[in-house]
Ligand binder design. Structure first.
Ligand code: SF4
Ligand code: SF4
Length: 388
């Protein structure tokens, strides 16, 4: 298992995490088996959103004696009301849920206190202009939570939250289909399966791209939910892309986006845990999503780098995807309010590459291999000027 820095929190999380939502309704012994298998594989990052009390008790038992081996992403905002999940911004209800959470998990801290499911500007204001954000900050000041997170499916709202400066970690729904669907498609529609013929794939929306880049610039780590788009990406019949991707390809897509620290995979059995962690042993060709995605409308015509490295090998040993990723970040920073200079963090990452754009000899071997028609040589020339 590989581990990545969770942005500015400095915590190190496994790049495959366990989304525990699917453990609801399972027998305690089965929950214990799944959690133990995940930990034995080196997974140390668990999203524990669930409002249902018994599953939290069961996971707490499964983690007994191993609490300090794991990083828990707990949520502030879900509650259990009359036998059902509900969402609240009421501080009294949130406090009761947090206290119950700590009790059931047998702990006195939550690593990431994630403000739950903020998808509209009205709701964003309800959180950030109310006593709820004061409560969340108190929890952090008291050490009850170690970092503040926020979960969202909506890129504009998520970016606004990130740019408050109060959010350390963003849980966001991220996969190639959501990146292509028109911005006005609702979350329910995104998860409902194949689009109608009228709903054309549009190419990566600027809102989503700007969100990823804002997270990278602000050192806010993204933890990924919906990496398989509710499973629809794994079946061409259901997928809005019309092609079948494998779980390994979906995970690789998520983990190669800017700012992403971990992909949270929901598992209900030990076998599903094994399948999720198989990503670590997958070959480059098994991970490669470019060949599969390139015929799909929306990706093929945007000539934007997807960071897939399908264009390698480069005789100059340049990691082309890495150079182009830092170039994209630098360009966005220049266009945004951050200022004209390349941000120091981006410059530092670029400088740490063993080969940079100035090693490009314009041999042209890479461009025919790029499924997305990226003008790599021109981009290398621009990177040289940008990072000079
Ligand atoms: S230039 Fe093309 S092949 Fe290379 S990393 Fe970018 S999208 Fe992939
Ligand atoms: S054109 Fe530049 S980046 Fe592409 S393969 Fe040749 S040296 Fe490498």
């Amino acid at each position: 298992m590989k581990y990545r820095k969770l942005g500015r929190t400095g915590m190190m999380v496994s790049e495959i995490g366990l989304g525990c939502e699917h453990l609801e309704g399972m027998a305690p012994a089965d929950v214990e088996r799944v959690v133990k298998r995940a930990l034995d594989h080196g997974i140390n990052f668990l999203d524990v959103f669930m409002p249902e009390p018994h599953v939290r008790t069961n996971i707490g038992k499964a983690l007994a004696g191993r609490r300090h081996d794991v990083i828990l992403q707990g949520h502030i905002g879900p509650i259990w009301q009359q036998g059902q999940y509900a969402r609240t911004r009421d501080v009294t209800q949130c406090r009761a849920f947090v206290e119950d959470f700590l009790h059931r998990y047998g702990t006195d801290y939550i690593d990431i206190g994630m403000i739950h499911f903020v998808d509209s500007e009205i709701d964003l204001r309800a959180v950030f202009e109310s006593e709820l954000i004061d409560y969340v900050q108190q929890l952090r000041d008291q050490g009850v939570i170690r970092a503040v997170g926020l979960s969202s499916h909506e890129p504009v709202v998520a970016r606004m939250a990130v740019e408050t400066g109060l959010v350390d970690v963003l849980m966001f729904s991220l996969n190639p289909a959501f990146d292509l669907l028109p911005a006005e498609i609702s979350l329910d529609d995104q998860l409902s399966g194949k689009r109608s013929n009228e709903q054309h794939l549009t190419g990566m929306s600027s809102e989503r791209q700007q969100l990823l880049e804002s997270c990278a610039m602000n050192d806010v780590a993204i933890t990924v939910m919906k990496a398989f788009a509710g499973g629809t990406l794994l079946n061409a019949e259901l997928s809005p892309l019309g092609v079948t991707l494998t779980p390994v390809q979906c995970v690789h897509y998520a983990l190669t986006r800017p700012a992403v620290a971990s992909a949270l995979i929901g598992c209900r059995s030990e076998a599903e845990v094994d399948e999720a962690v198989a990503y670590g042993e997958a070959t480059a060709s098994e991970r490669d999503f470019a060949e599969t995605l390139s015929p799909t409308d929306g990706y093929s015509r945007q000539a934007r780098c997807m960071y897939c490295n399908h264009c390698l090998p480069c005789p100059s040993q340049i990691n082309i995807a890495a150079v182009l990723k830092y170039l994209d970040l630098a360009e966005v920073a220049r266009k945004s309010q951050i200022g004209a200079a390349v941000p120091a963090t981006v410059q530092e990452h670029y400088s740490s590459l063993s080969k940079q754009a100035d090693a490009c000899t314009a041999c042209g071997q890479c461009e025919p291999r790029c499924p997305f028609a990226v003008p790599i040589i021109a981009r290398m020339e621009l990177a040289q000027r940008m990072f000079a």
